[in-house]
Design a protein around this ligand. Structure first.
Ligand code: UT7
Length: 338
């Protein structure tokens, strides 16, 4: 493995057209635009159409990543999809995306690390590249969180949005080199954020539907507390392992769960505000997709420069958390390396 590297060559993203604003939410639950903005930093989020699924959004993002790389779908070796809102329990959403994009030579599987999914998936993709097993790997994060959100629960329904992000990973630059990675989990806290119904513990019955068990449940305050602490520790461990200083980080690209969480991590990691990517206002929390959407944002704004270090950090149900450093080699603009 010595000397081998893994790079994100291109990105692709997709956001559904429909927008759900704070004012729209005021009509659904007892809330206000002021409360949501103050407590979360959110103004609006994108919501998929009824007939538009996680696989459709993921396939659209994946196609853009391939077009930007000028790679034929038949040259993709592996598709890894990170999602907590798959089309079905099985088959995997990765298989559905494989068929939609015509990646007929690719292996395909899903992973489940909730909002940390993109970082877990990137670490798996890197390992496959470094082992020499595969050359072209598509990582796709896609979420239709609106399908598992209870629009009668004001504690959760204000937070979530739909969307997808994809990236193509290869063993050669230019691109975003996937460097140091730090991953963690604490299954002892799984009850803080979960979907009780639909699995083998609570298969669908009239009772589970009536009790609204097919919607996600969250203890927001506790999740908030763990999110700040775990993301801080993961980010600091990554910075230290890479032998970097906080000042060496050009951009912090955190999971987009809440502006207050993002601000707290930046402060604890000593990363100045102007180096923090925050797209929570327009997208809400899109779980696994959020980091990819944030990366796309800084790449279309032409903010990323050669040799920049980008610090990705995420936290989610499980509990899971992770951090990862990307170092820019060459140019990376509009989701494309050159
Ligand atoms: O992506 C995975 C990770 N997810 C997260 O990181 C989310 C973490 N949690 C959070 O972001 C925050 O906890 C929330 C945004 C969910 C809630 O913010 P908070 O500052 O923790 O509010 P709270 O739950 O402590 O509620 C404060 C008050 C309560 O009223 P009382 O008991 O003080 O009278 C709530 O009932 O705000 C009330 N409240 C609301 N009021 C208006 C809760 N939700 C709403 C709402 N509109 N939507």
């Amino acid at each position: 493995m010595t000397g081998k590297k893994a790079y994100i060559s291109t990105l692709g993203t997709y956001l559904p057209k429909k927008i759900l604003t704070n004012q729209d939410l005021e009509k659904l639950v007892d809330t206000s635009d002021e409360w949501i903005l103050l407590r979360t930093g959110m103004k609006e989020r994108h919501i998929a159409d009824e007939g538009e699924y996680t696989s459709d959004m993921g396939a659209k993002a994946a196609k853009i990543a391939l077009e930007r790389a000028k790679l034929d779908p038949s040259d993709v070796d592996l598709i890894i999809v990170a999602t907590l809102s798959p089309d079905y329990t099985f088959p995997s959403t990765a298989c559905l995306i494989q068929a939609q994009i015509g990646a007929k030579n690719a292996a395909a599987f899903d992973i489940q690390a909730a909002c940390t999914g993109m970082i877990y998936a990137l670490s798996i993709g890197k390992s496959f590249i470094l082992s020499g097993m595969y050359k072209n790997i598509l990582i796709v994060a896609s979420e239709k969180l609106s399908s598992i959100t209870d629009y009668k629960d004001r504690n959760t329904c204000i937070l979530f949005g739909d969307g997808a992000a994809a990236c193509l990973i290869r063993g050669e630059g230019p691109g975003l080199e996937i460097g140091t990675i730090s991953l963690g989990a604490d299954g002892g806290q799984s009850g803080l954020l979960y979907l009780p119904g639909g699995g083998c513990r609570n298969p669908a019955t009239t009772e589970t539907v009536n009790e609204r068990m097919h919607y996600l449940k969250m203890d927001g305050k506790e999740v908030f507390r763990h999110a700040v602490r775990r993301m801080e520790l993961a980010a600091v461990s990554c910075i230290n392992d890479a032998k970097l200083d906080p000042l060496d980080i050009a951009y912090l690209v955190p999971h987009q769960a809440n502006t207050r969480i993002i601000d707290a991590i930046a402060k604890r990691c000593q990363i100045p505000q102007e180096r923090v990517v925050n797209v929570v206002k327009h997208y809400g929390n899109t779980s696994a997709s959020s980091i990819g959407l944030a990366l796309e944002q800084i790449s279309v704004e032409h903010k990323i420069k050669n040799k920049d270090n980008l610090l990705l950090v995420a936290f989610g149900a499980g509990l899971t958390w992770g951090s990862l450093i990307l170092t820019v080699e060459g140019d990376f603009k509009n989701g494309t390396s050159s």
